[in-house]
Design a protein around this ligand. Structure first.
Ligand code: UGA
Length: 450
């Protein structure tokens, strides 16, 4: 059992704190937002994340997880201090480090015994050195401390499961003993541990997110080519994925990536590269391809409906991905702005993100069900592949619409079934164009041999 302090109760901080408490450690989470902590103490989570509430409440009740706004209290017995605060975009493509700086300064001011300070936030290369410098500048006693970089790779929507089953633990440090001490915190998870220097660890995080973003933009570029040449991108991705050198993950073509990480991190890496005199051409293309995916929807709708002025378009899904209420950089938000600029009226439904979407959009009519959302609509766009949308009563959906035009932005539906039901179906490069599949269109079959 170790005493662990986590600064920040966002996705990464709260999940990290809850996971370490669940592994039997004594955890204190520090946050400056007392109202948020008050709700947490009442078992109300600030984010929609499967399983999180149960683990937080269980560990609070067991006395292993506490929340405080006081650094004095949070630092009192700490052996390990994780910095897991936000690093939003600074508006110029770089990362805003003000919360990291403030956390490092507060840690320094309350440092009266040796601790290991661990950067879990996604931070520009060199931030480990910056945190070391800030603590040295502001510490009031001459106690030793070490700074370790330990980037987090969890995904929203499966944060807890990812945190408890990491593919690897990355640790960067000047002092190898400190990295090994942090490695021992993860022993129970049985994950490979990579120990390296601070800057390399920080870069592993950016390179990983940039690579996954590149895979998505790659398959979206292939989708465009498939569309022009009549191939089915879903089957192409499946066929590619069986190559063990390629693998099948992050090859779903669609409306592109969103969320608080991929767009921000690719842009931050580009900014770092440019500052270092490099020309990140591939990353530039990744962002351009991603941005086009939202315009692709408007083009498809205009192709079928003509000018969108006065047309009613319904969106199914607003969250940037399923199982979250997060709408940061969500394709839906950009799409809403593009459609409104073209004169369309928007209705939308999402199982979790409506409250957040209401603050980020104007003149959108939010519905309580998918069926209500499409009532009288000239088209519906499937934006987020929530499970709820897999089992819709599609005949009922169609009956509610003014025109049964469905743009399947995540290739969720079987085109043949939709066409049989009488929809005008537009998928992402499904190997044919409506109104009907070409006669030679066959589903790819996987034949397993003993
Ligand atoms: C991502 C990474 O996957 C995590 O490893 C990382 O820790 C996290 O960023 C972070 O840096 O904090 P996350 O943003 O939660 O996690 O979501 P993902 O599941 O990776 O999806 C990102 C976006 O890519 C979503 O908009 C999703 O719809 C899109 N996507 C994903 C595709 O368009 N196609 C795919 O094949 C996969």
């Amino acid at each position: 059992m170790k005493n662990i302090t986590v600064i920040g109760t966002g996705y990464v901080g709260l999940t990290t704190g809850a996971s370490f408490a669940d592994m039997g450690n004594q955890v204190v989470c520090i946050d400056i937002d007392e109202a948020k902590l008050e709700r947490l103490r009442d078992g109300i989570m600030p984010i929609h994340e499967p399983g999180l509430q149960e683990v937080v409440v269980r560990n609070m009740n067991a006395g292993r997880l506490r929340f405080t706004t006081s650094y004095a209290e949070g630092m009192r017995d700490a052996q390990f201090v994780f910095i897991a605060v936000g690093t939003p975009s600074d508006g110029h493509g770089g990362a805003d480090l003000s919360q990291v700086r403030a956390a490092a300064k507060s840690v320094a001011e309350h440092l009266d015994h040796p601790v290991i300070v661990i950067n879990k936030s996604t931070v520009p290369i060199g931030t480990g050195d910056l945190v070391t410098a800030i603590i040295n500048e502001h510490k009031r006693t001459d106690v030793p401390f070490s700074v370790v970089s330990n980037p987090e790779f969890l995904r929203e929507g499966s944060a807890l499961a990812d945190c408890m089953n990491p593919d690897r633990v990355v640790l960067g440090a000047i002092n190898r003993d400190a990295a090994e001490e942090v490695a021992r915190l993860y022993l129970a998870l049985n994950a490979p541990v990579i120990i390296t220097d601070l800057r390399t660890a920080e870069m592993i995080k950016y390179a990983s997110n940039a690579f996954l973003s590149t895979r998505i933009s790659f398959i979206n570029e292939i989708a465009g080519i498939c569309e022009a040449l009549g191939a089915d991108v879903k089957q192409v991705a499946k066929g590619m994925g069986f190559d063990s050198r390629i693998g099948g993950a992050y090859l779903d073509a669609g409306l592109g990536f969103g969320g608080s990480c991929f767009p921000k991190d690719v842009k931050a890496l580009m900014a770092m590269a440019a500052e270092a005199g490099q020309h990140p051409q591939l990353l530039q293309a990744v962002m351009e391809i991603n941005s086009y995916r939202r315009r692709w929807v408007v083009e498809r709708l205009t192709e079928r409906l003509g000018p969108l002025e006065g047309r009613c378009v319904a969106l199914l899904g607003i969250a940037f991905k399923p199982e979250t209420d997060d709408i940061r950089e969500a394709p839906s938000i950009e799409l809403i702005h593009l459609l409104q600029a073209a004169g369309a009226t928007i209705r939308a439904y999402d199982p979790a993100a409506v409250e957040n979407a209401a603050t980020a959009t104007r003149n959108v009519r939010f519905a309580d069900s998918p069926y209500e959302a499409v009532k009288g609509a000239d088209a519906v766009v499937l934006v987020t592949e929530w499970n709820e949308f897999r089992n819709l009563d599609l005949a009922r959906l169609k009956a509610m619409m003014n025109r049964p035009l469905l743009v399947d932005g995540r290739n969720l539906y079987d085109p043949k079934k939709l066409l049989e039901l009488g929809f005008e179906y537009v998928g992402v490069a499904r190997g044919f164009s409506s109104p009907s599949p070409s006669p030679e269109h066959v589903e790819t079959e996987i034949i397993l041999q003993d």
